[in-house]
Design a protein around this ligand. Structure first.
Ligand code: FUL
Length: 626
């Protein structure tokens, strides 16, 4: 009883003190909260709305635009994933100029550059003591070159932040798969990068990973790996197989319309939490990571914001034959709306070419993007001085608008230092004496951009229909984004018209009907054999997975054969894998390093992306010239 009286008395004092000092009593949880075992749904939602970013996550989110630079041995072989066996002397950029990269990025509004210091092939772009497979043992610059150093210096000079991508998967290291030995090796590489190159703001660990030699599976010691980063670079965020930044779940530049930064998904490197993710049925690619229903089922919640990584070209590495396929301005602007405008950071890849320069076309596109964004978002049409406000569910806020200006975009931001709250909102415009509904959205988070039909309005009204407690809006703006025409000429999938083609053994015509939304499918790993009707000299082939559909049956490893009589077959020299097809399911163009005389060809699947016994070919084509 006495205890209870003390408790009530203590509470009263605390309330009186809070009222007198005006100090807010809201308790926030930095990056993580565990729900009490007996918490109700409402209590859980309340806690979820008070999870906030760490200072590093906040700084990262505020960058908005960051750049990836995929550069390495693949730039010189034409591959997307190197085998780890390519001659390191192939790495030979003739005019390497990291300052040109950084100038391009800086002028483009990018706040950080992340370099592939080591991709899956294991080739290191810096002077490392850990392996011979690096810039140290090649003729380029007499083995004294260091791309990481040059980029670091350029970032320093132009004042942008610097990050490193270090692939956990290593196809060159002999110790890969011998878990303790490789963990030691990997931590040594990380230590070099994090001690010799000044401040690092993001460490990117790719989730793509396969078995090592002889089927050995690497068990990563994520705890030690993350500890190394936290000790050596306390201001860095760790991405993907880290704990601060979440992969959005695709490589196509598409953030979710409903994007919670407070998610029930435990970060990928928390291996002991994987069972909890499974139980909830969530992974990076899940559509829903933070709805009320999911929060109700969860026991914990993380501030784990989304990063949209996408390449300006079809591949992550530079390939000259993709010079005509650099994304259009309209496409990049859409990506901006679907990433930065959907509560995510955009990580746009701009791969340097074989000269060691960002290609002219890419430079031009980055300039166009930057001036488009600057022109669009320079001055808001809202005439009120105060653009921050707060509201409970059901409340609205009105703004005066310069009615001479055309508008078609709403920009709205929550103050995420006080959590993410808004679940549903709508926008109305007061035009000619009446209110008209013009747009609606779900989550806001750090930033939300909503497009609506062009109009001129006297006032604008934003209603918060559902919010997890009080919504704290930090910024509101209205803008006009010029319409852009999408000029997209898809690359032809075949140089040979399949009119005369016949498939052997079954009707596989859906694989060459020029419609990549339909596929020839089989319930086993079945080769597809085609008679082209005429003999010709072929330089390569294309394989397209089902676009926008079920990826089951998509081929990962393959063999490709040609024949002149349909009896004797020649195995063509290829890498034998559609390297990154699982995460980037786009048309694959394979070129041989010689021509083959063929009337017949055969694509034989060796493995499917998820090791299933099935095959799917949306399109197959023959290439006659590079
Ligand atoms: C993927 C990798 O396999 C690609 O090559 C690329 O580096 C991309 C950013 O991540 O998972």
């Amino acid at each position: 009883m006495i205890k209870r009286i003390f408790k009530i008395f203590g509470l009263l004092i605390a309330l009186i003190m809070a009222a007198c000092t005006g100090v807010s009593r809201t308790k926030y949880y930095q990056q993580y909260a565990e729900f009490p075992a007996d918490a109700t749904i409402d209590e859980k939602i309340n806690i979820a709305s008070r999870v906030v970013p760490s200072p590093q996550q906040l700084e990262w989110q505020q960058m908005e635009l960051t750049a990836f630079l995929h550069f390495g041995i693949n730039t010189f072989t034409g591959n997307e994933w190197g085998s780890g066996q390519d001659d390191p002397n192939l790495f030979n950029p003739t005019e390497l100029d990291c300052e040109q990269w950084v100038r391009t990025l800086k002028e483009g509004g990018f706040k950080m550059a992340i370099i592939t210091a080591k991709h899956h092939d294991g080739f290191c772009l810096w002077q490392t003591a850990t392996t011979d497979y690096s810039v140290k043992n090649i003729t380029w610059r007499n083995g004294k070159g260091d791309v990481v150093r040059e980029l670091r210096d350029a970032c320093e000079k132009y004042g942008i932040k610097f990050g490193v991508y270090l692939s956990p998967w290593d196809r060159n290291a002999e110790c890969y798969g011998d878990s303790p030995a490789y963990n030691k090796f990997f931590i040594e590489q990380l230590t070099e990068l994090l001690t010799n190159y000044g401040e690092v703001h993001e460490v990117w660990f790719d989730g793509a990973c396969a078995e090592g030699p002889n089927g050995r599976k690497q068990e990563y010691d994520w705890e030690s790996i993350l500890r190394t980063i936290h000790t050596l670079q306390p201001n860095a965020v760790t991405a993907i197989m880290g704990c601060d930044v979440r992969w959005v779940g695709n490589e196509g530049g598409l953030g979710r319309e409903t994007e919670w930064s407070a998610t029930v998904l435990a970060p990928g490197s928390y291996t002991h939490k994987q069972a909890a993710n499974k139980l909830l049925g969530v992974e990076e690619m899940s559509k829903d990571l933070g709805s009320r229903d999911l929060v109700a089922k969860a026991t914990e919640i993380y501030w784990y914001p989304s990063e949209v990584d996408v390449s300006i070209r079809p591949g992550w590495f530079y390939h000259a034959e993709q010079d005509g396929e650099v994304r259009s301005l309209a496409n990049l602007v859409n990506i901006y709306y679907r990433s930065v405008g959907c509560n995510s950071v955009l990580l746009l890849n701009i791969p340097p070419d074989r000269r060691g320069l960002i290609h002219e076309t890419d430079v031009q596109r980055i300039k166009e993007l930057s001036s488009y964004l600057t022109n669009t978002f320079s001055t808001s049409a809202i005439t009120d001085e105060t653009v921050s406000w707060s509201a409970k569910s059901g409340e609205s806020h009105e703004f005066n608008v310069d009615s001479n200006r055309m508008i078609n975009t709403l920009l709205i931001q929550e103050d995420i230092t006080r959590g993410q709250h808004v679940e549903e909102f709508s926008v109305e415009a007061y035009i000619n004496g009446a209110w008209h509904h013009i747009a609606e959205g779900t989550t806001i988070g750090y930033k939300r951009l909503l497009r609506f039909t062009d109009c001129k309005a006297e006032r604008i009204r934003i209603t918060i229909h559902a919010s997890r407690g009080i919504a704290n809006i930090l910024n509101t703006g209205l803008y006009y984004a010029e319409p852009l025409d999408e000029i997209y000429i898809p690359r032809s999938l075949s140089d040979v018209n399949p009119l005369l083609w016949q498939s052997a053994g079954c009707d596989a015509s859906q694989a060459y009907d020029a419609d990549p939304t339909t596929a020839w499918q089989s319930d086993s790993l079945t080769p597809i054999t085609i008679d082209m009707g005429n003999e010709m000299e072929i330089r390569g082939f294309s394989y397209t997975p089902l676009i926008g559909g079920d990826l089951r049956g998509t081929i990962f490893k393959y063999r490709f054969y040609t024949s002149t009589d349909g009896k004797e077959w020649t195995l063509c020299n290829t890498s034998g894998e559609f390297s990154n097809i699982m995460h980037n399911p786009t048309p694959q163009f394979v070129y041989f390093n010689q021509t083959y005389t063929a009337r017949y060809f055969r694509l034989e699947p060796i493995s499917e992306i998820n090791n299933e016994m099935s095959t799917s070919v949306a399109e197959i084509g023959i290439l006659l010239h590079k």
